[in-house]
Design a protein around this ligand. Sequence first.
Ligand SMILES: [Zn+2]
Length: 307
Amino acid sequence: MSRAEKLTDQILERIKGKDVKVKREDILRRMKLLIEEFKVPESEAVRTIMNYLVREYGIPREELFDRDSPLVKIADISKVNQWVSLKAKVVQLWDSNSPNVSQVGLIGDETGIVKFVVWAKASQPEVEEGKSYIFRNVVTDSFQGRMQINVTRTSRIEEIDEDIQLPPREIEVVGSMVAIQQNSGLVKRCNECGRVLNKGVCHQHGKVEGYDDLRIKAVIDDGENVYEIILNEENIRELTGIGLEDALKIAHETLDRNAVLLELKNMLLGRYFRVKGLRGGRYLLVKEISVHKPKADDFNEILEALA
Ligand SMILES: [Zn+2]
């Protein structure tokens, strides 16, 4: 699609759903004339044609010029040439080696991250990494198969006093399990809400029968940070070979539900694990966990550190 066609469609997008019969060919012919023949800057060409539409078709000015595009989430951007507004945080800025580009980088909201380009001709205020903004009337585009948004002269960037959250990012940590909390092991959960019971009592639903489950709340230390993780029955069975049935058997044989926790502590505490998960503050939501066997080098490092 040529630039003239793209810009024509952007204009048509603005009056979509309005009861106006505008011929695409009419606009396209004028657009080609302006940007290809007369080499008028694109934003000027768009402005000229929108003025023409106001005059010839009686479209109210504010519909073409002032109407803000709908606020959308980044995850919902899937088509090119859509005029949208975004509430987003500047994740990262890159150096641009093109004189046509004023700023380029990544912006994100809680649903996703997308590349953005501020054209030099757009003459917009500069944005800063880590700050949140409303990007009004930006247009979607695609470059090398990936979506991006373009900030043009018709766009408006306004800083907002709100910290936009970014989507959780997957991280991998290798560390030792330094603690297992007391309310771990063979637990009872509330039949109503699934919360772990404390002495047969649900925080929300009071004294209930409950059902058995296996879980571990543990702390992983990777030498720099500590992460709290929660392991479900499946994780525990994979790591220790002890599933819910085995745990019930241990409790039955020893007449002590706590014996399960002791057994799990013996098997897990002080060991090294590789954990893949989503970071949410101090918690790490576990997606995958496996025993990590340190290499000889790691031991040397540890020995050196202890020496
Ligand atoms: Zn409950």
